[in-house]
Design a protein around this ligand. Structure first.
Ligand code: COA
Length: 173
């Protein structure tokens, strides 16, 4: 089974490759090549993920198997959607698992660890945005206690898409 650990500086290059691969695997069939390219160029590169790894407001966990990254989750101490009230909200910014590892518990482990991390930071609420056309992820988040609490617009390239906002209360540590 893959093991979860905190991201390290040396992960920037393989992490950027995994991020782009998982984004394309998930969304390429439902978006134009141009919008995918614009999004990927703006979001994934050695330099971009290096900056994220250095950013103290972003916490990244990676899941590794036989020296290969197979999943990741990112937590961000970010403002809460207006539709909910929380004193210390944390956003699960990204949670992706390589396709070969779907349905095998890797995502559950990442979710458990990232919620544990939010809890240890004193979070009282976790929230995230998920594309309305991503039923597997929505089912996954519902299974982990998230419920819809509004929506917002998320740009993929030049395409404004509707993301569901989902929230989950966090018990104090
Ligand atoms: C979302 C993700 C992290 C979930 O991990 P996973 O290992 O696939 O999770 P699960 O196998 O527990 O699947 C979640 C639920 O969705 C259900 N599901 C599976 N395929 C589905 C589909 N095509 N449509 C709707 N529901 C589906 C499963 O049945 C499961 O529920 P169950 O345990 O009650 O049967 C993973 O699929 C992933 O990395 N997807 C691509 C990236 C992504 O979409 N990330 C989220 C962006 S916001």
């Amino acid at each position: 089974m893959p093991q979860i650990r905190k991201v390290e500086t040396r992960d920037a290059a393989p992490l950027s490759v995994l991020m782009e691969q998982t984004f394309r695997d998930t969304f390429a069939a439902m978006n134009t090549p141009r919008n995918m390219l614009i999004h990927c160029q703006a979001s994934y590169s050695h330099a971009i993920q290096s900056r994220e790894i250095r950013d103290p407001s972003v916490e990244t966990l990676v899941s590794e198997h036989d020296g290969q990254l197979v999943g990741f989750a990112q937590l961000h101490g970010a403002a809460c959607p207006a539709s909910t009230q929380a004193a210390r909200p944390f956003e699960i910014q990204r949670l992706y698992v390589a396709r070969a590892w779907h349905g095998k518990g890797v995502a559950q482990e990442l979710m458990r660890e990232i919620i544990g991390s939010a809890t240890s930071h004193g979070a009282d609420l976790a929230w995230l945005g998920v594309w309305e056309n991503n039923p597997r992820a929505i089912a996954f988040y519902e299974k982990h206690g998230f419920a819809q609490a509004g929506s917002h617009v998320f740009l993929v390239g030049l395409d404004p898409q509707r993301d569901l906002l989902m929230t989950r209360l966090i018990d104090p540590a």
